[in-house]
Design a protein around this ligand. Structure first.
Ligand code: ADP
Length: 768
């Protein structure tokens, strides 16, 4: 259904609904109240009829009273005077009073006189027999207990219902005693009803309460009035409404139902008003509906139609560069704007999609591998040129009609089925090798990778295959395998060779070990020989020294002249002997020292001393010797902390170094002694500007019996042991000794003594 029709339908339905609801509400409320009003009005009319009836009764009562309180009547009831009958209850009296019955009853209940009159025909009629029966059956009608008593009401006679008034007969003054009862009656007949209806100008109808031919509306009224309602009102039809009331007789029994018919003017008026109201509502609704439609058409529907046609146009042409055109500032123009924004986004995403599609296509097309897409059954849906080419097809179209299984050799089919299952379970397979087929049936080895593409939208999966021809690789692998085999062979040969070489090596090692064993034995023997040599040297030097001391003493005594005068020549010879013995003594001393040191039997007496003092004393000891050779001897010293050393041995080292400096420095030279301290050791330096030492000789200096040059031995006396002894003493103290020298410029000997050197280390280090 179109929007326009829908709108029309909605407006129409709303209008109809509105009118229906309004009609039903107004008919319930307004017409209801009109009906109520009408009922009330009719009720009031009925009430008026009742009032009129009551007024008739009281009128009858007062007329009865006029006759009952009259001396003539009083007398008549007692004496039955016939004149009274002739003159008073005449036909004229009946017509004037307007009654049908006059009944004179005495105190004992006997009717003295009674007359009935037909007012319509103006003739006397017999008194109804039933009335006598009433009087004889009950005294209600004629018994008055006091003079002020009276009775009015209705009684039902076979002739019809009658209005009755009963009064006690009294004197004209209204005094008793009561001598009887006067009863006036008037039939409630059609005439009377007509009279009554004049009050309301509405016709009156009456039915006996017990009537069996009562119309249905009277029956309904009877049912309602029997319950005790005074008045019952009900509409008879669209035109008329009836009000009912129940009339009771003097005994209180229901005797008559009176109906008053009235036209339904109020109801008709209400109905007409309602119709006008609904009609005008319909007209207004139609006008508003038309205006609304017009406005809607102008401001919404036509613009919407325009928008729909724009969007339809764009859709049919598929041109996303087109735009919708709806002007204004309302939701429709916003919608148009939103559609345009959406079109922008769509255009952009379509562009991106196309780009990405092109990328993927070119990726697949340029792939060096064959790429195929199949459905779950293996039917090839998409393939690239390479796939067609690889399998020997002339174009892509041809391969698209194939199943992937047709491209796999028969013997690999089961493997391919297993792999397909694996793809479905795990989503992919990798590096699977198949023997694949070309169109002409030839085979080629291929490597295949595949993965599952799950499309939840269409609930069907597809599989993408990437196939690579691995003929070349296989060939290369074969070559590689051959090379590998060859290499393995060679390695095996080489290993055998190595094993042989190892055997030879083992034999050589055994021989070498044997040689080392021999060397060790030789070493031990050598050591023994060395020890023997040291022992020998020690013994020999001791034995040699022993005779020197008395020899020197004797020489000094001779030179001092204890044994008589001696010639110059003798003095010279003796001095030469003395020099040589002294030299011999020193030599032997040195040999003794070195042999003791080497044998490890030298005694060191370690005491804490002031090294400054030791150095100063040594310098002073050597000062005369230096001066004798006209050498300048200087001392430069730092204050050194107290140190534990063998002071005699350290003094021996310093004197030896100064002695060497004096010895190897020419007259006029300079010898500088320097004592300095570092954080953990003291340094003693003896520097001269003497002859110096050649570079190649420097290493030999601290080896026993090593004089640098044999020619020195002749020029400078010495054993070649001094520095070797110095080194061992310094080493014993944990220090180091070294020399820096340049021939012709002089030498600088230095040694260190650590402040804290452990005895054990000293023992270990001294003999290294
Ligand atoms: P010697 O008792 O022969 O002097 P040393 O062991 O004391 O033995 O010295 C070994 C050699 O070192 C010396 O013969 C000498 O050649 C060289 N020598 C030692 N001190 C000096 C020095 N101050 N200047 C030059 N040469 C030196």
């Amino acid at each position: 259904m179109k929007l326009r029709e829908k709108t029309l339908l909605i407006i129409g339905a709303t209008l109809i609904g509105l009118i229906t609801v309004l009609y039903s509400i107004s008919s319930t409320i307004v017409l209801g109240s009109f009906v109520e009003l009408e009922k009330e009005d009719t009720g009031q009319d009925v009430e008026r009829v009742r009032d009129s009836l009551s007024s008739d009764l009281s009128n009858l009562d007062s007329k009865t009273g006029d006759w009952a309180n009259w001396n003539d009547t009083y007398d008549f009831i007692q004496d039955g005077n016939q004149d009274f009958i002739k003159t008073n209850p005449t036909d004229t009296s009946f017509i004037q009073i307007g009654i049908n019955l006059m009944l004179f009853v005495n105190s004992s209940g006997h009717v003295i006189y009674g007359k009935a009159f037909d007012l319509e025909n103006e003739k006397e009629i017999p008194v109804p027999q039933s009335l006598y029966e009433h009087i004889s059956a009950s005294n209600t009608l004629f018994y008055h207990p006091d003079t002020g008593n009276s009775l009015t009401g209705l009684i039902l006679l076979p002739e019809g219902p009658m209005l009755i008034a009963s009064r006690p007969i009294l004197t004209s003054e209204g005094k008793g005693p009561i001598h009887g009862t006067l009863i006036f009656g008037r039939y409630l007949d059609a005439y009377e009803l007509k009279q009554l209806s004049k009050v309301t100008h509405s016709p009156l109808t009456a039915y006996l309460f017990n009537s069996t031919q009562m119309p249905p509306d009277f029956q309904e009224a009877r049912a309602s009035l029997s319950k005790g309602d005074k008045i019952f009102v009900q509409p008879l039809d669209e035109q008329s409404i009836a009000g009912y009331t129940l009339l009771r007789d003097v005994y209180g029994r229901p005797i008559l139902i009176l109906r008053e018919d009235a036209p339904r003017d109020i109801y008709q008026q209400g109905h007409a008003s309602m119709s006008y109201f609904i009609l005008s509502l319909l007209v207004i609704g139609l006008v508003f509906g038309a205006v609304t439609m017009l406005l809607l058409e102008k401001s919404v529907l036509s613009r919407l139609a325009h928008l729909i046609s724009d969007v339809g146009n764009i859709g049919s042409k598929g041109d996303l560069s087109m735009r919708t055109l709806v002007t204004g500032g309302d939701e429709l123009s916003n919608l148009s704007g939103s559609i345009n924004t959406m079109l922008d986004a769509l255009e952009h995403s379509q562009h991106e999609l196309r780009k990405s599609e092109e990328r993927y296509r070119s990726l697949i097309e340029t792939s060096p591998d064959a790429v195929m897409l199949s459905d779950q059954e293996g039917r090839i849906l998409v393939a690239n040129q390479r796939a067609a080419q690889l399998h020997g097809f002339k174009d892509i179209e041809e391969i698209l009609r194939k199943n992937i299984f047709e491209l796999i050799s028969q013997e690999d089919h089961q493997y391919a089925i297993d792999n397909l299952k694996k793809i479905m379970e795990t989503g992919w397979i990798k590096n699977i090798e198949y023997s694949m087929l070309r169109k002409d049936g030839t085979r080629f080895p291929a490597e295949l990778n595949a993965s599952l593409i799950v499309d939840t939208k269409v609930k069907s999966n597809s599989i993408i295959y990437v196939v690579r021809d691995i003929t070349e690789r296989k060939r290369a692998e074969e070559v590689l395998q051959r090379a590998h085999d060859e290499l393995e062979l060679r390695v095996r040969e080489r290993t055998a060779e190595l094993a042989r070489a190892n055997e030879i090596l083992k034999t050589e090692i055994t021989e070498r070990e044997r040689a080392e064993e021999e060397l060790k034995r030789a070493n031990i023997e050598l050591k023994k020989a060395d020890e023997l040599k040291t022992q020998f040297l020690s013994i020999v030097s001791h034995e040699l020294r022993t005779p020197i001391t008395p020899m020197n003493a004797q020489l000094q005594m001779i030179l001092a002249g204890y044994f008589g005068d001696i010639t110059e020549q003798q003095i010279k010879s003796l001095e030469m002997i003395q020099r040589n013995t002294t030299r011999l003594d020193r030599l032997i001393g040195d040999v003794l020292d070195i042999s003791r040191l080497e044998a490890g039997v030298m005694k060191f007496i370690m005491v804490q001393v002031n090294l400054n003092e030791i150095v100063e004393n040594a310098v002073e000891t050597m000062r005369t010797q230096a001066q004798n050779k006209n050498l300048k001897l200087t001392l430069k010293e730092d204050k050194i902390p107290e140190i534990t050393i063998d002071k005699d041995r350290i003094t021996q080292v310093i004197i030896n170094l100064i002695n060497n400096a004096i010895k190897f420095t020419d007259t006029g030279g300079l010898i500088e002694v320097e004592l300095s301290g570092s954080t953990d050791h003291a340094i003693v330096k003896v520097k001269d500007n003497g002859i110096g030492i050649k570079k190649e000789d420097l290493e030999k200096l601290f080896t026993p019996f090593q004089q640098v040059d044999s020619s020195y031995a002749r020029k400078y006396e010495g054993s070649g042991l001094g520095l070797a002894i110095c080194k061992r003493i310094v080493t014993y103290h944990g220090g180091k000794i070294w020399v820096e020298s340049e021939p012709g410029k002089g030498s600088a000997f230095q040694f260190t003594i650590p402040y804290n050197y452990k005895i054990k280390e000293r023992h270990d280090a001294a003999w290294r």
